[in-house]
Design a protein around this ligand. Structure first.
Ligand code: PRP
Ligand code: URA
Length: 207
């Protein structure tokens, strides 16, 4: 289930982000801003309950979100997305998944995982700017499902059709939110037009 978030501010930020002249410092700022702009769309479905609410004038009724939110950045590039989500959802828990794409096979190799002990009632939002082959996303969903998560969605900045297809085949009911659906992958598994290696650009580790 692919949801493309169309918003003029996101589209403009992404255009500037794609430019190789965008420095790491600016890249970090802009990706954080885009993440915040995506939060309303990614969380619009959250279940709520009516609660009593005091105002200075009277007892009224208000709203409470009834599901704990657990954000799951995929290391490293997912960290670039995390702060923008935490800016708007500071009460969220954060789980971390470390996955590195093998540059030869393009397969996602797990190297770290730390999550809340119980996640079955949580709204679990996986964060990764790039959905390329989809291998990392499938591995992340698999690990979180094995760890007990039942309400999982995936948020990315740029998605390739190949990654959307792989994730959709593996998990047909999983919502995928992206700011942009790009054209395709190149022979090395990079998204076209894409924005290059998101982790390297975020952390200044480009060759
Ligand atoms: C990048 C990106 C995704 C993954 C996407 O991570 O951040 O996690 O590739 O590719 P896929 O859909 O083909 O699996 P990478 O493995 O390069 O690690 P990094 O974030 O540490 O740079
Ligand atoms: N990972 C990235 O960082 N960029 C791509 O284009 C593909 C995978």
């Amino acid at each position: 289930m692919l949801h493309v978030i169309h918003h003029p501010l996101i589209a403009e930020e992404l255009t500037i982000l794609r430019d190789p002249a965008c420095s790491s410092a600016e890249f970090r700022q802009r990706i954080r801003r885009i993440a915040s702009l995506m939060v309303p769309a990614v969380t619009a479905h959250l279940p709520t309950a009516v609660v009593a609410c005091n105002t200075p004038l009277e007892l009224s009724s208000g709203t409470k979100v009834t599901r704990r939110i657990t954000l799951v950045p995929i290391l490293r590039a997912g960290l670039g997305f995390l702060d923008g989500f935490l800016d708007l959802i500071p009460q969220a828990s954060v789980a971390h998944i470390g996955l590195a794409r093998n540059q030869q096979t393009l397969e996602a190799e797990p190297y770290y995982m730390k999550h809340p002990a119980v996640m079955q009632d949580d709204e679990v939002i996986i964060l990764d700017p790039m959905l390329a082959t989809g291998g990392s996303a499938v591995e992340a969903v698999r690990s979180l499902t094995n760890a007990g998560a039942r309400h999982i969605r995936f948020a990315c900045l740029v998605a390739a059709p190949e990654g959307v297809a792989l994730l959709g085949q593996a998990y047909p009911n999983l919502p995928i939110h992206t700011a942009c659906l790009d054209r395709c992958l190149d022979d090395h598994g990079y998204i076209l037009p894409g924005l290059g290696d998101a982790g390297d650009r975020l952390f200044g580790t480009c060759a």
